[in-house]
Ligand binder design. Structure first.
Ligand code: ZN
Length: 224
């Protein structure tokens, strides 16, 4: 059995790993304050990647709950959320931060960003992302839908130190994480908005073996 050694995702940086179908990755919010962006690709064809827009159709949910699968731009399940010890507040709406975002926020110099972290993380394991993907799964990010049902509020994380999520691989895949470098918009928790380290472990066992979720289809009994 592979020893589940933790891999650090240093503050403001990214890390990627390979997963075989049936393995899982446990992402730990060490300090409880850090937003971690996540992407995934089919290991056999990096043109197929995890898609937030297709996942919202699949689950008919704004954000995933335990048991929900993430699907690709070809509508194949790629990851399933099988465990979540956090309050379950995550985000699928917001684009990953990139250099243009920081320029718009008034930053003059280079600012580390999640999109560059995604590319760096893949290059670290000898891969090249075929295209930038702004639609990341923003783990622990607190984007609250307001009572009008359409307005969003960007808030700090509500996660506790040591909270984790476990994502099971539904296909051989590559998963990348970025400890989001955002330090201007207050999204990191506990007041100081300082990006901090996160960590992940690849697991062969010891996690709930939930099946991939089935896609939503309309209730045809209502129209027949
Ligand atoms: Zn970011």
């Amino acid at each position: 059995m592979r020893d589940p050694q933790p891999t650090l995702v240093p503050a403001r940086h990214g890390k990627a790993t390979r997963l075989r179908a049936g393995q899982a990755v446990k992402l730990v919010n060490i300090h409880g304050t850090q937003v971690v962006d996540c992407w995934a690709w089919n290991a056999r064809d990096l043109a197929e990647h995890m898609s937030m827009e297709a996942t919202r159709v699949w689950n008919q949910r704004l954000n995933p709950v335990v048991g929900d699968s993430f699907v690709t731009n070809r509508r194949n399940p790629i990851l399933t959320l099988v465990e979540d010890t956090s309050p379950g507040v995550h985000d699928t709406f917001m684009a990953a931060c990139d250099c243009h975002r920081y320029q718009r926020l008034g930053v003059r110099e280079y600012h580390r960003n999640c999109l560059d972290n995604m590319h760096e993380a893949l290059r670290d394991i000898g891969l090249e992302a075929p295209q930038p993907i702004l639609a990341s799964f923003n783990i622990f990010m607190n984007i609250a839908v307001q009572p009008d049902g359409r307005t969003l509020a960007t808030k700090p994380t509500v996660t506790r130190p040591g909270d984790h999520v476990i994502l099971k691989a539904e296909m051989d895949c590559i998963v990348a994480f970025s400890a989001c470098p955002q330090d201007i918009v207050p999204i990191q928790g506990q007041g100081d908005n300082t990006p901090k380290d996160a960590a992940f472990m690849v697991l062969d066992e010891g996690f709930p073996d939930l099946p991939p979720s089935a896609t939503w289809v309309p209730d045809r009994s209502m129209t027949s």
